[in-house]
Design a protein around this ligand. Sequence first.
Ligand SMILES: *[C@@H]1O[C@H](CO)[C@@H](O)[C@H](O)[C@H]1NC(C)=O
Ligand SMILES: *[C@@H]1O[C@H](CO)[C@@H](O)[C@H](O)[C@H]1NC(C)=O
Ligand SMILES: *[C@@H]1O[C@H](CO)[C@@H](O)[C@H](O)[C@H]1NC(C)=O
Ligand SMILES: *[C@@H]1O[C@H](CO)[C@@H](O)[C@H](O)[C@H]1NC(C)=O
Ligand SMILES: *[C@@H]1O[C@H](CO)[C@@H](O)[C@H](O)[C@H]1NC(C)=O
Ligand SMILES: *[C@@H]1O[C@H](CO)[C@@H](O)[C@H](O)[C@H]1NC(C)=O
Ligand SMILES: *[C@@H]1O[C@H](CO)[C@@H](O)[C@H](O)[C@H]1NC(C)=O
Length: 247
Amino acid sequence: MFLKTTIVTALLGCLFASATEARTTCNPHSLNTTSFNYVNDVANQTVHEIAVKFNRGVCDIGRANLMVDVSVVPNLGQTLIIPGQVCHPDWTTCVIDGPGTMDCLVGGPRLYYTLNGDTLWKIAGRLNMTVDAIKCGGDGCSSQTNCTDGICPGGGGAAYSTNETIPAGQFIKVPMCYPSACEIEPYSFTQGVYKDLADKYGSTVGQIQMLSPTYNYSYIANEGGTAPPIGLAKNCRLLSSNYTVLD
Ligand SMILES: *[C@@H]1O[C@H](CO)[C@@H](O)[C@H](O)[C@H]1NC(C)=O
Ligand SMILES: *[C@@H]1O[C@H](CO)[C@@H](O)[C@H](O)[C@H]1NC(C)=O
Ligand SMILES: *[C@@H]1O[C@H](CO)[C@@H](O)[C@H](O)[C@H]1NC(C)=O
Ligand SMILES: *[C@@H]1O[C@H](CO)[C@@H](O)[C@H](O)[C@H]1NC(C)=O
Ligand SMILES: *[C@@H]1O[C@H](CO)[C@@H](O)[C@H](O)[C@H]1NC(C)=O
Ligand SMILES: *[C@@H]1O[C@H](CO)[C@@H](O)[C@H](O)[C@H]1NC(C)=O
Ligand SMILES: *[C@@H]1O[C@H](CO)[C@@H](O)[C@H](O)[C@H]1NC(C)=O
């Protein structure tokens, strides 16, 4: 009898606890699942700040707008979809985890075109390379003269410090690994962010970006328009373990 009661109490307690937990974790009825358009009215506001403002996940906003990357800063006046709220807002799966360790780009291309809010740190992350390699190529800036605190005159990445905002629309020549290659094909971009494509097809966000340099986002999902046509870099690889850096 005593045992029975204990078991029943424990069971009830368990049921109650899980119901309470579900309620405090997420009540779908308390979510606002309506999506709406937001015209960006704050200069230099990041997608992260917009996500906080509307209580959405940064990756949910990034994917709803077919963004290159959520670290690209939206233009003033740009229309963004703010998707409906979900139980598990995604703040992580689209975020590039900082610069890589490569000193050259595996498979090219050579010219990176800057988007709004780009920094060497962000570009290095999108190309899976070190900041120094983006900045100065294979010689670590030793051929550059008149540099102060690692910032050199004469343009290219060397003219900027790591987290300084580079104006949009600048070309930066990126050192390439030789021998290395990617396959390139036309692609209809229907969902996600570039990181989803890069992870799936074996390239980087920056390489996909380099093939369609001015593309940064699309609000096709609001408009029912056609999916943006982009170039897709696939299967990027070193062709020899003994490679050299082409500056
Ligand atoms: C949900 O959000 C939309 C868009 O911001 C708003 O118009 C609507 O009033 C909200 N609904 C509720 C129940 O808060
Ligand atoms: C936005 O950022 C750019 C580049 O860093 C800067 O020149 C501009 O003054 C900033 N504008 C505002 C309103 O903060
Ligand atoms: C980044 O580069 C490293 C080698 O430095 C490689 O192991 C890794 O797979 C690359 N990651 C991506 C996402 O390209
Ligand atoms: C370096 O500075 C010196 C002295 O100001 C100048 O004559 C020279 O042209 C500069 N070199 C470069 C590559 O800017
Ligand atoms: C650049 O910004 C990143 C991200 O905010 C930070 O982790 C890093 O330490 C900064 N690097 C420098 C040299 O300021
Ligand atoms: C980003 O895309 C919008 C819409 O296509 C375009 O007007 C804008 O110039 C692009 N920004 C950059 C920096 O290329
Ligand atoms: C690597 O390549 C360099 C230049 O092509 C060559 O001199 C060197 O012998 C190669 N090393 C190996 C281990 O193949």
